[in-house]
Design a protein around this ligand. Structure first.
Ligand SMILES: [Zn+2]
Length: 95
């Protein structure tokens, strides 16, 4: 089977290989009941070849990046970074 579509992880930029356990995330609308509530939901789903071409789908190379994506979503409300760089923001240590 030839597969000429190559996917890269939307978090770390890794290219998809055959044996990787990839995941997908899609952000969807939620009804806003209260003002100030998040207006998006974060849906994590197992890799699916058919859905993977959906342009609204984020591709994640594994659990680590899925967690990062969720963290990013919870912090900024989006998964995409502004500059593509990883920034560790230490706003006071929690220890
Ligand atoms: Zn990744």
């Amino acid at each position: 089977m030839t597969w000429d579509v190559s996917f890269t992880c939307d978090i770390c930029g890794k290219k998809k290989g055959e044996a990787n356990h990839w995941w997908m995330v899609i952000l969807g609308d939620v009804p806003c009941f209260e003002e100030g509530q998040p207006s998006l939901r974060f849906t994590l789903l197992p890799w699916n070849a058919g859905e993977s071409r959906n342009s609204e789908m984020y591709h994640l190379c594994g659990q680590g990046c899925a967690m990062k994506a969720m963290e990013r979503f919870m912090t900024t409300g989006t998964i995409e970074t502004n500059d593509g760089m990883e920034h560790e923001i230490h706003a006071g240590s929690m220890r």
